[in-house]
Ligand binder design. Structure first.
Ligand code: DLL
Length: 435
């Protein structure tokens, strides 16, 4: 099927008819097959048969990440497990991950949605696509991979890591499209430069499809200069599919939502009320044709807006703006989602540590560096340097296991972290673009 290009230029009123039909089916299916939705719709007095227009959906209750966690592992499935072909999970928070399940058709649609990014980059069968998002439970690797295959690219499943090898393969295979997080793309570029190469000349890249974390316009300009290619932003989340929910086109003026598969609303995160196009708020997504893991009014916590008006590219699917942070305290560290509460959970298992801590995020050669400063519990000897160093290493190892991302632990003297009179400032984000 792969992105029959007609769907991308369908008049918007026709897209809305597709959305209305899909939304009606989604709310009905969720009510029938998922006890969580039956309870939540009943509790809110929301009758799924009452949806006659897209505005009517605003009466349905929201779904949150916590709801998905509470129903881990299979409570949110709308189909029997035998029909689920693949499972992904988002990096767990407080130990419980959220699950995204896919039927054969869901996988096909996923590939189709990411393939749009390839088409937006004017790509296809003449491209060699180098995928170094992580393969595994994270949706980045396989989502991009299915997209590359659906778009007809020669797709290279590199996964992340071993940067020198990435560089060798990029050069030798003549890769033309690079898919990874923007920070990893920058790290590849800088490592290549440090190896004495000029990636603008020695690589053959035309386009990068980068997402999973926010990056500034300056960062993008720097990346484009170093690699002599064009960077397209791709957005997505495990709870609604993975990468490909929205992708930027060659105009680089917002990300086209895949509106034939997702219905998007922007709400005021405080009041929950829908906001008009153009206003910034929280993105809420309802899946239209997701079979295994449909969601109704999922609160993404991501801050964006619908860009009013038509895109110069001529495609009719509405655009969201590049993301402006989140409404919760989730941190995205090298593409991995981390909640401060996960850090606290590990700290609680170590009796020598007090509960006062601070997480400092910095950027070192374009990659996130995380330092956790944590106070020693009173009564333990801070002057025992060797013991403190051993403790630091052991806490680092525990954090790495729990968070799937490495951080540096610095144990500091009791009472040395500044106390605040208001909310404790647990996170100091000194990363470029966040200062
Ligand atoms: O990060 C899916 C993905 C993979 C998107 C590869 C793009 C490329 P999760 O791990 O579930 O899924 O994390 C989802 O990451 O709610 C946003 O806060 C953030 N995020 C994703 N894409 C972008 C982006 C993947 N383009 C969470 N810009 C989302 C800024 C992004 N933040």
């Amino acid at each position: 099927m792969t992105s029959s290009k007609d769907i991308l230029t369908l008049p918007h009123d026709q897209l809305e008819s597709i959305q209305l039909e899909g939304v009606k089916q989604t709310v009905a299916k969720c009510y029938e097959n998922i006890p969580f939705y039956r309870d939540s719709f009943d509790a809110a007095g929301f009758d799924p048969r009452s949806v006659q227009t897209l505005d009517d959906l605003a009466r349905a209750p929201f779904t949150t990440k916590q709801d998905l966690r509470d129903n881990y592992p299979y409570g949110m499935l709308a189909v029997p497990l035998k029909d689920v072909r693949e499972i992904h999970m988002s990096s767990g928070t407080t130990g419980v991950a959220t699950v995204g399940a896919y039927t054969d058709r869901d996988l096909e649609i996923w590939g189709d949605c990411f393939a749009r990014g390839v088409f937006y980059a004017n790509g296809g069968e003449n491209d060699v696509m180098h995928v170094c998002y992580g393969y595994g439970l994270f949706t980045g690797g396989l989502g991009a991979h299915y997209g590359g295959v659906a778009a007809g690219c020669t797709t290279i499943p590199m996964s992340a890591g071993n940067t020198e090898r990435q560089i060798r393969v990029l050069r030798e295979m003549g890769s033309t499209i690079l898919c990874c997080t923007p920070s990893y793309a920058m790290h590849i570029a800088d490592t290549a430069i440090a190896m004495g190469l000029d990636p603008a000349k020695d690589f053959h890249l035309r386009a990068g499809i980068h997402g999973a974390e926010a990056f500034s316009d300056n960062f993008r300009a720097d990346l484009e200069k170093k690699l002599d290619y064009k960077v397209l932003d791709v957005y997505g989340l495990t709870e609604t599919m993975g990468p490909g929910v929205a992708v930027e086109c060659w105009e680089q003026n917002g990300l086209h939502l895949a509106e034939d598969h997702f219905f998007a609303e922007i709400i005021d995160p405080e009041t929950g009320k829908r906001l008009p196009d153009g206003e910034w708020g929280e993105l809420v997504i309802t899946t239209i044709d997701r079979e295994a893991s449909p969601v109704v009014r999922y609160r993404t916590r991501d801050i964006t807006r619908i860009i009013p008006g038509q895109c110069a590219c001529g495609r009719t699917h509405r655009r969201i703006d590049r993301l402006h942070g989140r409404t919760d305290d989730m941190l995205i560290i090298r593409g991995v989602n981390v909640f401060p509460s996960q850090i606290e959970d590990v700290m609680k298992t170590v009796p020598e540590l007090a509960s006062w801590y601070q997480v400092e995020l910095t950027t070192v050669s374009h990659l996130d560096r995380v330092t956790l400063k944590v106070e020693l519990e009173q009564g333990f000897d801070f002057d025992e340097i060797a013991a403190i160093e051993r403790l630091q290493r052991s806490v680092e190892a525990k954090m790495k296991t729990a968070l799937s991302v490495g951080l540096k632990v610095k144990i500091v003297e009791p009472k040395s972290i500044p106390r605040s009179e208001g909310k404790a400032k647990r996170v100091i984000d000194l990363r470029k673009g966040n200062e």
